[in-house]
Design a protein around this ligand. Structure first.
Ligand SMILES: [Mg+2]
Length: 341
């Protein structure tokens, strides 16, 4: 055991949050979000929180695997052990880093300073024709970036809907089209070609996660940027894609991304290529994720305007307004979420 590493009180609470409407995924319907919130405290009474929010089809650990790790730590743990869960536990590593970071910020000197500038928030639109009213309502609230899921139905009908959405965008409004890996190479090329006539910020994960050559080819062949989501989990994945000369963008779910320091090192040289996005966590994971985004100096809209995925259980997890910065971050209260669970 590392005797020089500070000893911390460690506790955790597992939770299950039913989705208001089951979420359609490549693995079928997702009905229940299972996660774990962790709390650490040091001898000075400083307290920090983190959240383990695995999504197993992103090849993270499972909820049960994460629970076993929490149980293995016991009520007292060295900081060094907490911060190094070992291979295969990226969500545990991300939560441990967030907990220690927020504990360090929990004193008179205040939290780590974040960039004063506000970043826009992307609003997730409902599927189907309901998106048309939703884009107008969100536009009236001041949102300018909107995310739409594609690749679940007939391509012509979906493109017809996107065309109508474009007509209802506010000034300087932009769309993100997320296929969740659901297209084939030919259909993806059709979408990228069509998107040249629309204000599309990027097409997200047009092909399955492991279609590396086809994804690289698509990105090279089209002017509209391609963003990787399911294809990248941790800093190592980002490194591998960069080594392959990936010309596009990266969508990062910081809750799934492993050690925060490694992630920050990959983002620092080019924050403009990164989009931070929700893993459908509570406000504990959300606060950690958007806090990191602000510290990294990202400028692209935050993918945390997810709306009402859950019943009103007061655990949060979505940003309601079109802009997010230091004052909004101050308003997030992890201790309240901990207490409610
Ligand atoms: Mg995505």
């Amino acid at each position: 055991m590392d005797v020089s590493s500070p000893r911390l009180d460690f506790s955790f609470k597992a939770y299950r949050r039913p989705f208001r409407v089951p979420v359609r995924t490549s693995r079928g319907l997702w009905e229940m979000r299972e996660g774990i919130v962790v709390r650490v405290a040091d001898d000075d009474g400083r307290v920090g929180f983190g959240e383990i929010a695995p999504i197993s089809w992103f090849k993270t650990e499972t909820f049960v695997g994460a629970l076993a790790w929490c149980e293995s730590l016991g009520p007292e743990v060295t900081e060094a052990r907490l911060l190094d869960p070992g291979k295969g536990l990226p969500c545990c590593a991300a939560a441990a880093a967030a907990a220690v970071e927020s504990m360090r910020a929990d004193d008179e000197s205040g939290s780590t300073p974040v960039d004063a500038k506000r970043v826009p928030v992307a609003a997730l639109l409902p599927s189907g024709w309901a998106a048309l009213d939703a884009v107008e309502r969100a536009g009236e609230l001041g949102f300018t970036v909107f995310k739409v899921k594609i690749g679940t139905g007939d391509v012509q009908a979906e493109q017809g809907l996107v065309e109508r959405l474009v007509g209802r965008l506010p000034d300087r409004g932009k769309l993100r089209l997320d296929a969740n890996g659901g297209l084939d190479a030919r259909t993806a090329a059709r979408w990228l070609a069509a998107a040249e006539d629309w204000p599309v910020e990027f097409i997200e994960q047009p092909l399955p996660a492991d279609a590396r050559d086809d994804l690289s080819q698509l990105a090279a062949d089209h002017r509209v940027p391609v963003a990787l989501d399911e294809s990248v989990l941790t800093a190592d994945d980002i490194k591998r894609w960069r080594d392959r000369g990936w010309p596009g963008l990266f969508v990062i779910k910081p809750a799934l991304s492993g050690r925060t320091a490694d992630l920050v090192a990959e983002i620092a040289p080019d924050p403009g290529s990164f989009v931070f996005s929700s893993a459908l966590e509570t406000d504990i994971g959300l606060g950690a994720g958007v806090g990191l985004a602000l510290r990294c100096g990202v400028s692209r809209a935050l993918g945390y305007g997810t709306g009402a995925f859950f019943h009103d259980d007061q655990l949060g997890g979505s940003i309601a307004g079109p802009w997010f910065g230091a004052p909004e971050l101050e308003g997030i209260n992890p201790a309240a979420v901990w207490k409610r669970l």
